[in-house]
Design a protein around this ligand. Structure first.
Ligand SMILES: *Cc1c(COP(=O)(O)O)cnc(C)c1O
Length: 368
């Protein structure tokens, strides 16, 4: 069963397989006995292996145990969860926050709790798969607006008679690295009386001195604004959160199925995520952006974020293989994740200038 199906994918060059790293995550990793310079992680601040996070995780395990043991509503949460949620709310300048086991769980659970039958969702066509799945689970009518197209969004909002309208966008599009026009979307939602849900997975720890897209665009929190962020990217750990008004958080505690029907995340990751927030300083974020500037320069490819999408026409897999042979891990991203295959380079605070110079040389060589 499924052998023919998977063989067909392989024949099309679309079969995905797993790698097993034997080192910590970071700017340099070891796979199958060889060291690579790693340009594939979302560990933007190189916190995944930071000793402060490791000891926070270790201490929490010794104090609260290895697993949550139950859902949050049935005693699975401990004071580490409450402490993290307070920190996350403050970090996002919001009234309250709620922690989820993953970004995927946060988007599917929260979006489906915020919009239901009879409501309308307005979603950018390049939004993350977890948003798309959240829209489907919600049973609301979903209007897909053209990528970053405010005129289209405005027309759809004006034409909708739904009582509750929720606009959803990635702040940083995860595969192309483009920024959403969050300031214009915010104004549009304000004008139309719609709620705005920002997926700040790649903005948290990266934009706005680390606080995220809202801070980057100089916008303030609102009762109609919901910020989602992840701890699995720049914060180096796992899990995600919704930062919003206290009422929205109370609603999600009661209605978000991925929160209710799932075991409380392990105290280890909760405590490590709290340590990560303490570790986000303007200096660390500035180091990330200094490396981002070096990398866009070295590659001759502009980007507004640490994600640099390298178009390589039809030879993406060959370029990725050439980079790998040279000790650089920057794999190809293929359909259906993106419409056209590309090499997705992510720069982190921990890369040395020599790593980035080597990336530039290797890409030029591979493209020949
Ligand atoms: C990675 C990502 C998610 C999912 O977060 P996980 O914590 O990895 O489950 C959600 N939205 C966007 C935009 C992402 O890039």
């Amino acid at each position: 069963m499924f052998k023919d199906d998977i063989d067909r994918l392989r024949a099309m060059g679309l079969e995905r397989t797993l790698t097993a790293r034997t080192s910590k995550q970071g700017p340099r990793i070891v796979m199958e006995g060889r060291e690579y310079i790693n340009f594939a992680s979302n560990d933007y601040l190189s916190l995944a292996s930071d000793p402060r996070l490791l000891s926070a995780a270790g201490e929490a395990v010794m104090r609260y145990g290895a697993g949550g043991g139950a859902s949050r509503l049935l005693g699975g949460g401990c004071e580490a969860h409450a402490c993290l949620e307070r920190k996350l709310a403050d970090f996002k300048r919001a009234e309250a926050a709620l922690f989820f086991a993953s970004g995927y769980a946060a988007n599917t659970g929260a979006i489906a709790a915020l919009a239901g039958r009879g409501d309308a969702i307005f979603s950018d066509e390049l939004n993350h798969a977890s948003i798309i799945d959240g829209c489907r689970l919600s049973r609301a009518v979903t209007h897909i607006y053209r990528h970053r197209d405010l005129d289209h969004l405005g027309r759809l909002l004006a034409a909708s008679g739904a009582a509750r309208r929720l606009v959803v966008t990635d702040t940083v599009f995860s595969m192309t690295g483009e920024l959403a026009p969050v300031d214009r979307i915010y104004k549009c939602c304000e004008a139309h009386g719609a709620m705005l849900y920002l997926d700040d997975a790649h903005g948290t720890g990266v934009l706005g001195a680390g606080h995220g897209a809202l801070e980057h665009f100089g916008l303030s929190v609102q009762p109609w604004l919901i910020q989602m962020g992840t701890c699995s990217k720049a914060l180096g750990t796992q899990g995600a959160f919704i930062a919003a008004s206290a009422d929205v958080v109370r609603w999600l505690i009661n209605k978000a199925r991925s929160f209710i029907y799932s075991t409380a995340p392990s105290p280890a990751i909760v405590a490590a995520a709290a340590a990560a927030i303490d570790a986000v300083t303007p200096e660390l974020v500035a180091r990330l952006w200094a490396n981002q500037a070096l990398a866009t320069e070295a590659l001759g490819t502009p980007s507004d974020t640490p994600i640099i999408a390298l178009g390589t026409a039809s030879c993406t897999l060959e370029v990725a293989a050439a980079l790998l042979a040279r000790g650089i891990y920057a794999p190809a991203i293929r359909p259906p994740t993106v419409p056209e295959a590309l090499i997705r380079i992510t720069v982190t605070a921990g890369h040395a200038p020599e790593d980035i110079a080597e990336l530039g040389r290797a890409v030029r060589e591979a493209l020949k």
